[in-house]
Ligand binder design. Structure first.
Ligand SMILES: Nc1nc2c(c(=O)[nH]1)N(C=O)[C@@H](CNc1ccc(C(=O)N[C@@H](CCC(=O)O)C(=O)O)cc1)CN2
Ligand SMILES: Nc1ncnc2c1ncn2[C@@H]1O[C@H](COP(=O)(O)OP(=O)(O)OP(=O)(O)O)[C@@H](O)[C@H]1O
Length: 210
């Protein structure tokens, strides 16, 4: 733990801040072609669907990938088709997350939150922020993870809140981040509020951290 950042300056060589790291990882994603992204999403979904934690889960909290995020659409549809209850996040004004059930592609709406990339969110009944406590597995977005499971998110703190809520409730769902291979790195500067994830699924397979 080194206590750096949360909104610090761009990276330096020996102690890159989270903001600098985010910028660098996002730049690499922007360089991916549509074809790269489509192939990666298909392979990634295959690995994720083989995870025992997902196979046995009654409820999975996930998210709808946008842009060049590692694709989750194939995975969401496969989970939905096999009868898993899939919860999707709705971003609240304070960056906390509400949740609603995924009921197929037609149940998604495009939403433009100020200053953020356009998202796809579920149109169904909102279940409240505590609905995530019903999840047996949580699929988290991120930009990178290190070998301890420390995750670099987009900086909104939404999933930090989700992880804090899960910890307070003493539920212990599988925590799985979906990434590209180059985003599993040796070290991410952690802060005291960061909670480690248990595994990363990338196009080359599953990496476990606990
Ligand atoms: N597909 C997807 N859905 C998601 C997330 C996500 O990361 N990906 N979230 C994850 O929490 C939540 C929404 N939170 C978000 C937080 C930031 C940005 C965003 O566009 N950030 C800009 C930088 C903004 C800034 O610097 O202030 C960016 O990353 O380019 C998007 C969503 C819930 N839904
Ligand atoms: N439990 C929490 N409740 C409220 N705010 C929090 C909580 N945990 C972290 N935050 C705040 O969220 C902001 C972003 O934190 P951080 O840079 O770690 O985001 P991140 O992990 O990259 O993003 P995300 O969690 O959305 O993926 C920080 O200002 C932090 O203080």
């Amino acid at each position: 733990m080194n206590g750096t950042d949360a909104g610090g300056q761009g990276g330096t060589v020996d102690q890159p801040t989270k903001r600098g790291l985010r910028r660098d990882f996002l730049a690499v994603r922007r360089g991916l072609t549509e074809d790269d992204a489509r192939k990666a999403a298909a392979v990634l979904a295959g690995h994720a669907l083989e995870l025992p934690e997902l196979a046995t889960a009654g409820t999975v909290a996930a998210y709808v990938s946008v842009g060049r995020e590692p694709g989750t659409r194939v995975l969401l549809d496969a989970l939905h088709a096999r009868g898993t209850r899939v919860l999707l996040p709705v971003l609240l004004p304070d960056n906390d997350l509400d949740w609603a059930v995924y009921d197929g592609e037609d149940s998604l709406v495009g939403v433009a939150h100020q200053g953020k990339m356009p998202l796809l969110e579920p149109a169904g009944r909102r279940l409240g922020p505590d609905a995530v406590l019903e999840a047996d597995a949580v699929l988290l977005p991120g930009l990178a993870v290190d070998h301890d499971g420390t995750r670099l998110g987009r900086g909104g703190g939404s999933y930090d809140r989700v992880l804090a809520r899960l910890e307070r409730a003493a539920t212990d769902p599988a925590l799985v981040v979906l990434l590209y291979d180059s985003e599993v790195v040796a070290h991410i500067p952690g802060e005291t509020h960061d909670r480690p994830v248990h595994a990363a699924v990338t196009p080359s397979g599953v990496r476990r951290f606990r």
